[in-house]
Design a protein around this ligand. Structure first.
Ligand SMILES: Cc1ncc(C[n+]2csc(CCOP(=O)(O)OP(=O)(O)O)c2C)c(N)n1
Ligand SMILES: [Mg+2]
Length: 430
């Protein structure tokens, strides 16, 4: 078979034989560039049963995605997706990429303010998970949140307007890049502090369980919490894994391990770089998956989401992925090895899905081109819409910021300080 890095994505059944080939095995290892110490090979093929905790009877299994996928393939003898599914996945991934590329352009033209963190390269994770959800399910993201919001159905024009700081944005321009939120789509943020979204997601999952068990509502909603490798060294991660197992919450913790936390290599900053292992340590399954392969991500996501929906509790999924741009648009991205970047560029998840779809005759090149054209127009239209939209009134400044803006108290003139026009103009003496 062809010896290429993408072969692993495109021909899952041949992975094992490809990996046996000495010449290919180095290239095929998703972690061959993980710093100077390669991760143990077993990270990608482990399939072991962890002893049940004394208090719990369920067996907690840690698996690699290959195991999940192989099982599925053997039992169905079919392709992993239908034509319709393939087109949905392609459209969503292409939208994420086109949107982010446009953001870069608009940022450098001065249309956006503050930090803007793009998602290029990681699309298979957002699409692979979120496209399986129902509208009522919740998504909690990080500051790298535009694409999660798009996958969950927030219209591109609302996300772009939010980035432009306009009233038509999904948070009326008050959130900006790092704070995408949509009640309608159950996108619960957008958080600038790392790890901050994990307790919010855990709380959302608790709500679903409480509704079902205490209020006896027909509620099987699932929450997905997305966060990065660097965040897994943060205490909130551990606290929430503990509570999620304790209360058997309907949540999936999705780690987007892009190997870097700004300029800090994952291997240098964590005592055990195999994040998925922390699942079994807290009594939940831990799964490692190739996050550059949307089909593999989707297979793992299906298992984890249905497990949560069935009321069987949380799962920790580590998606090994890569960001194709700097940490933010302000990052010159000089710290990462160019060879590492070049390696992952050959594993572009969108190119890989395109190849899979065409080679398996799920759709023609022309059909995919038509999708690209439609999305390019949608993104263009989003920019026009955002550009034309009005900026918020100054009076909006304190709305939704404080529960009680009157908490600022009475000024020297005897009136509430927040009623002084200088307050919203930023010129009041307080
Ligand atoms: C509580 C907190 N500490 C530090 C920071 C500064 N900070 C911003 S991004 C980041 C790295 C996070 O890396 P990772 O979790 O891997 O996410 P990625 O950016 O790779 O998606 C850090 C430390 C922060 N935002 N919040
Ligand atoms: Mg990271």
């Amino acid at each position: 078979m062809a010896c290429s890095a993408t072969a692993k994505i495109l021909q899952p059944l041949s992975i094992r034989s490809a990996e046996k080939s000495q010449s290919c095995s180095k290239m095929l290892s998703p972690s061959s560039f993980l710093g100077s110490t390669p991760l143990p090979k077993k990270l990608f093929s482990v399939n072991k049963t962890i002893s049940p905790l004394a208090r719990r009877s369920a067996t907690i299994v840690a698996v690699s995605s290959d195991v999940v996928k192989e099982k599925k393939l053997k039992s169905t003898q079919n392709l992993l997706i239908t034509k319709e599914e393939g087109l949905v996945l392609y459209e969503d991934m292409y939208l994420g990429r086109a949107f982010e590329d446009m953001c870069a352009q608009m940022y450098y033209r001065g249309k956006m303010f503050g930090f803007v963190h793009l998602y290029n390269g990681q699309e298979a994770v957002s699409t692979g998970f979120i496209k399986l959800l129902k509208k009522e399910d919740c998504v909690v993201s990080t500051y790298r949140d535009h694409v999660h919001a798009l996958s969950k159905g927030v219209p591109a024009r609302q996300v772009m307007s939010e980035l432009f700081g306009k009233t038509t944005g999904c948070c009326r321009g008050q959130g900006g890049s790092m704070h995408m939120f949509s009640k309608e789509h159950n996108v619960l943020g957008g958080f600038a502090f790392i790890g901050e979204g994990i307790p919010v997601a855990t709380g959302a999952a608790f709500t679903s369980k409480y509704k079902r068990e205490v209020f006896k509502e027909d509620c099987d909603e699932v929450t997905l919490a997305f966060f990065g490798d660097g965040t897994c060294n943060n205490g909130q991660f551990f606290e929430c894994l503990n509570m999620a197992t304790l209360w058997k919450l309907p949540i999936v913790f999705v780690v987007e391990n892009n190997l870097w936390a700004i300029g800090m290599s994952h291997l240098r900053s964590t005592s055990d770089p195999q994040i998925w292992k922390k699942g079994p340590a807290f009594g939940m399954p831990g799964v490692h998956v190739d996050g550059m392969d949307v089909l593999k991500v989707r297979e793992v996501a299906k298992e984890a989401v249905s497990r949560a929906r069935r009321g069987e509790g949380p799962t920790l999924v580590e998606c090994e992925t890569y960001r194709f741009r700097g940490h933010s648009l302000a990052d010159p991205d000089e710290l990462r090895d160019p060879a590492e970047k070049a390696h992952y560029a050959t594993r572009d998840p969108i190119t890989a899905l395109k190849k899979y779809v065409i080679e398996n005759k799920l759709a023609s090149e022309a059909e995919l081109k038509a999708i690209e054209k439609k999305i390019d127009e949608e993104v263009e239209e989003a920019v026009e819409f955002a550009d034309k939209s009005p900026v918020p009134e100054r009076s909006q400044l304190l709305e939704n910021v404080f529960a009680d803006p009157k908490g600022f108290g009475i000024g020297p003139d005897g009136k509430y300080r927040c009623e002084d026009p200088k307050f919203t103009q930023g010129t009041a003496q307080v």
